[in-house]
Design a protein around this ligand. Structure first.
Ligand code: NDP
Ligand code: OXD
Length: 309
């Protein structure tokens, strides 16, 4: 029995040693040092390597090194029977809350518009809006959405959330399902998208959704790039339907140098850093879940393949 560690992100290569420290007594092999592939029973992975799964005949579980699992689910050779386990928070909730707070303050205090004014040498004061007057809509009220909601509530914002199933989060007015989407959007002056990428959510941030938001709303996407229809966003910003956007994830990453988003004065861009997986809590969570699996228990964060998250 051996665990294979595969990570396409160069910055996370040293994590094999953190994983080994969290799993004393386990043999950890770090890709590309696969050795005898028949020994591999668990895979800890971020990114994709074509044909990797079909090389692992005795695989029993796959652990995502992220909250999202779409990088695993889209592998064409992924075997049907193997459970996929994702990370739940693992140090990311706090970072998402910081990112969301920055967006909330920027929207509440007009900072992106003042940034554009500066470039135009325009002195144009705007009336003060207190946080209680701003409704923040969290699209995807899951593990990370819940942490974000709490911190925005503490700062005084009105918070509403949208999920697939009915959900109760203290202080947050919840909406759910397809029928709950439009009433939720109508109130979301700042929309923070924290959805996973699935067949149901792909392209959800499109012209129809933007049309349902209050005029001048700001949109934040920290979920996945393919949730967003990029041309629709540019149109909505250029027509003034939306006032600003803050984007951390893109259909193509790194965002190509000639992409129109780079030059847009109302778009803030960050390079998929809204919440970075933290090595120690992530590896500890993987170790705890592996122990659960070995005891015949259900791990925390198991991905429902039918739903895609
Ligand atoms: P969760 O699975 O805990 O939460 C997902 C939320 O989305 C849940 O509330 C779920 O509803 C809701 N949802 C999913 N599908 C639908 C649907 N069809 N209709 C309505 N609601 C839906 O995930 P996390 O909070 O842990 O992470 C969310 C995503 O954030 C990740 O999948 C990843 O893509 C992204 N991410 C991005 C990072 C970055 O740095 N940019 C870092 C970490 C994560 P329900 O509660 O009913 O299941
Ligand atoms: C994740 C991510 O899914 O970093 O954890 O995007």
């Amino acid at each position: 029995m051996a665990i294979l560690y595969f990570n396409s992100a160069r910055a996370r290569r040293h994590w094999a040693s953190v994983l080994a420290a969290a799993l004393p007594g386990e043999e950890i092999r770090s890709w590309p040092a696969l050795g005898n592939a028949a020994d591999i029973t668990e895979l800890v992975i971020w990114g994709q390597e074509p044909g990797l799964f079909e090389r692992l005949p005795n695989l029993q579980a796959v652990f995502s090194l992220g909250a999202g699992a779409n990088h695993i689910l889209t592998a064409p050779d992924l075997p049907d029977h193997v459970p996929i386990i994702r990370l739940s928070d693992a140090g990311m909730g706090r970072q998402m809350a910081e990112y969301a707070m920055y967006a909330a303050l920027a929207h509440q205090r007009g900072m992106i518009i003042y940034g554009e004014d500066k470039a135009m040498r325009r002195w144009s004061p705007r009336p003060y809006r207190p946080p209680e007057s701003l409704t923040v809509g969290i699209l995807g009220l899951g593990v990370l959405g819940g942490v974000v909601a709490e911190s925005l509530l503490t700062a005084g914002y009105r918070v509403i959330g949208w999920s697939r199933r009915h959900k109760t989060v203290s202080g947050v007015r919840g909406f759910h399902g397809v029928d709950g989407l439009t009433p939720f959007l109508c109130e979301s002056e700042l929309l923070i998208c924290m959805l996973p990428l699935t067949a149901d959510t792909r392209n959800i941030l499109n012209a129809d959704l933007f049309a349902a938001l209050p005029e001048g709303a700001m949109v934040v996407n920290v979920g996945r790039g393919d949730l967003l229809n990029e041309p629709d966003l540019l149109t909505a910003l250029n027509r003034g339907r939306l006032s600003a956007a803050m984007l951390d994830v893109f259909s193509e990453e790194p965002l190509p140098g000639d992409h129109p988003f780079w030059a847009h004065p109302r778009i803030v861009i960050t390079p998929h850093v809204a919440a970075e997986t933290q090595a120690e809590p992530a590896c500890q969570q993987i170790a705890d879940n592996l122990a659960r699996l070995r005891r015949g228990e259900t791990p925390i964060g198991i991905v429902d393949r039918r739903l895609g998250y």
